[in-house]
Design a protein around this ligand. Structure first.
Ligand SMILES: Nc1ncnc2c1ncn2[C@@H]1O[C@H](COP(=O)(O)OP(=O)(O)OP(=O)(O)O)[C@@H](O)[C@H]1O
Length: 593
């Protein structure tokens, strides 16, 4: 089990930029409490004035007349109440703003860090789980920082101030009020240790619930088409039950805290009430001091019952902090590089030299592959599904680190370039196009923020997308829905091509970029692409051989190995895999038409 204090320390360490604000907030909390504790002292003084009159404590300070003494007490009370209110306003604002600031920083840092983690990290975790950390866990901090931090400080202040006052006023019976303290403290620590694991379980269950929800929402079409709504509700019920149960287990413990503490407090309070009373009757204790003692005992011990709620908030917040900090501590695998690379200066020669690669815990996908794309030329990569074509591209984008071999761009090891620079030099149109919720225009201009409408229209024209865009209700300003779901698969692909054309990268990768369009549109896109791929290094991956037919060089991949290579004619002449595939595809086509 982790130490209950460790996440708090890491949070404090993380928040050190807000140190000054934290100090101010602490100061205001303490001052507010000190002024809040003053009224019992005023009551004690007032009783003292009424009973002893000219012999009172205040009279010793030179204020003899009873009226003057009471007037002084009234003025002091007014000042104290005013100060108490001012510091309450100040600490409320400071703590709550601090909560917002820390949350804001954590949210941004966690997201920025997450973005840099390698793809394998995301593949092992569901989106819902990550969302739970970025949203739910970070929000959990607010509840603690808003009230919890202040409460802990104020309870401590109460203990120190009132405990100190006890020993000054009545050293003989002060211990009676102090005796319950260690029990309260030990009890709290014991409870805390029991709660830690229960709250960690609650966080775990909430992230499972979130995973299920986000998965189901993105797969709503599949759920509907398979009519599995009832099953999905059942699965959600199980996750929600697990979340509820874990929360109820935590509640069972944390709810027992206050009643138990109350018993200890009752013992302390009644002891002071009884023995203090006897002392006062015997004349060993002034009546003013006795009434003040009883009030103070109440003020000293009562806030301790609130500790239960505060500890609850603390435990929940720390369980969350731990998860956020774990995310922030996840190391970034990809080497960031040190050579800058401006897209305009890229020649575009790409060489894969004896590349071998396996996904984590999988058998090798690429086995000692070598291939060369001369600058400005187009190569085609074909091969059976699962043969490793897309994996090659992912390595070129450095989305994964390869196991052995080298990839060179313009003769330089790819790992030497700044990662961002490298990726800015490569335009990828992949088979699963991702469009954002926004307009057609914003989606085409993604990554090319300062593109003009004319440039966007030209890119759309080259991608054969102009016609359908103009038929949309608001043309380029039409919102296309999350993931572009208001468009057809082929329309989405054409927007992605337009996006890559607008980006105008020195290296273009088309990974099944035209698989979702009909043959005629494909032919039109290929014609347009001919214009933009001329003198641009292009890697085209396709199942349809007609797409790669005019490539300068075609590589046929099979089981992670280059099986054949050459241009279209020479591959046909080889009478191998390619020639066979070509016959099947052209045969099929002539058979259909
Ligand atoms: N992220 C991943 N983690 C583990 N294995 C993966 C991952 N991505 C792909 N694979 C596996 O690697 C192999 C090659 O996949 P890849 O996507 O490169 O094939 P491909 O030739 O592009 O196939 P297709 O023509 O179907 O797109 C497949 O067996 C696949 O299951």
């Amino acid at each position: 089990m982790t130490k209950p204090i460790a996440p708090l320390l890491s949070l404090l360490n993380y928040s050190r930029v807000h140190r000054t604000k934290i100090y101010w907030a602490i100061a205001c909390s303490l001052l507010n409490k000190i002024f809040d504790l003053a009224p019992p002292a005023l009551i004690g003084l007032a009783v003292d004035v009424v009973i002893k009159q000219q012999d009172s404590f205040l009279a010793r300070w030179g204020i003899v007349a009873v009226e003057s003494q009471l007037l002084v007490l009234t003025v002091v009370s007014a000042v104290i109440w005013a100060l108490e209110s001012i510091f309450e306003y100040a600490y409320e604002r400071l703590w709550r703003n601090l909560a917002q600031d820390i949350q804001h920083d954590l949210r941004l840092d966690a997201y920025a860090h997450l973005q840099q983690l390698d793809l394998a990290y995301f593949e092992e975790r569901s989106t819902g789980r990550l969302m739970a950390i970025l949203n739910d866990d970070i929000n959990q901090l607010e509840r603690f920082l808003d009230v919890g931090a202040n409460e802990i400080l104020q309870v401590l202040t109460t203990v120190v101030v009132i405990g100190g006052a006890f020993f000054v006023i009545t050293p003989d019976i002060a211990w009676m009020a102090v005796v319950p303290m260690p029990f309260v403290l030990l009890g709290s620590i014991y409870f805390q240790s029991l709660l830690t694991s229960r709250y960690a379980l609650v966080r775990e269950k909430v992230s499972n619930l979130n995973s299920r929800l986000s998965n189901n929402l993105s797969g709503i079409m599949t759920i509907k088409s398979f009519a599995t709504e009832a099953e999905e509700v059942e699965r959600l019920r199980q996750d929600s039950d697990a979340y509820r149960d874990s929360n109820q287990q935590a509640i069972a413990l944390s709810a027992a805290f206050v009643p138990l503490i109350r018993v200890i407090i009752f013992v302390g309070f009644s002891t002071i009430l009884y023995f203090g009373g006897l002392d006062a009757v015997r004349g060993n204790l002034a009546v003013g001091s006795y009434s003040m003692l009883v009030f103070l005992t109440q003020r000293l011990l009562w806030p301790l019952t609130g500790l239960g709620k505060t500890l609850d908030l603390y435990q929940r917040a720390m369980a969350s902090t731990q998860r956020v900090m774990q995310l922030l501590a996840t190391p970034i695998q990809a080497h960031p590089g040190e050579l800058s690379l401006h897209p305009s200066r890229v020649q575009g020669e790409v060489i894969f030299q004896n590349i071998s690669f396996a996904y984590p815990q999988r058998s090798p996908v690429l086995k000692n592959i070598s291939l060369r794309v001369p600058a400005g030329q187009t190569i085609g990569i074909v091969g059976a599904t699962g043969s490793g074509k897309s994996t090659l591209v992912k390595l070129l984008l450095r989305l994964y680190e390869w196991d052995s071999g080298d990839i060179l761009l313009d003769g330089v090891d790819l790992k030497k370039y700044f990662l961002g620079d490298l990726r800015r030099s490569i335009g990828l149109v992949s088979q699963d196009v991702f469009l954002f919720h926004g307009t057609v225009r914003e989606n085409i201009a993604y990554g090319s923020a300062d593109a003009t409408l004319t440039q966007i229209q030209r890119a759309a024209n080259l991608a054969e997308a102009e016609e359908f865009i103009e038929q949309l209700p608001q043309g380029y300003d039409t919102i296309i829905g999350e993931r572009g779901q208001k468009l057809s698969g082929g329309q989405r692909q054409r927007l992605a091509i337009a996006r890559a054309i607008l980006k105008n990268p020195p290296i273009l990768i088309l990974d099944e970029a035209t698989s979702a369009v009909d043959n005629e549109t494909e032919a039109a896109i290929v014609r347009s692409l001919e214009k933009i791929t001329r003198n641009r290094t292009t890697i085209t991956i396709a199942h349809r051989l007609s797409t790669v037919r005019y490539a300068d060089q075609i590589y046929v991949l099979e089981n992670g190995l280059v099986e054949e290579m050459g241009d279209h004619e020479s591959l046909l002449a080889q009478q191998g895999v390619y020639a066979k595939l070509w016959r099947v595809q052209t045969g099929l086509r002539s058979g259909v038409s």
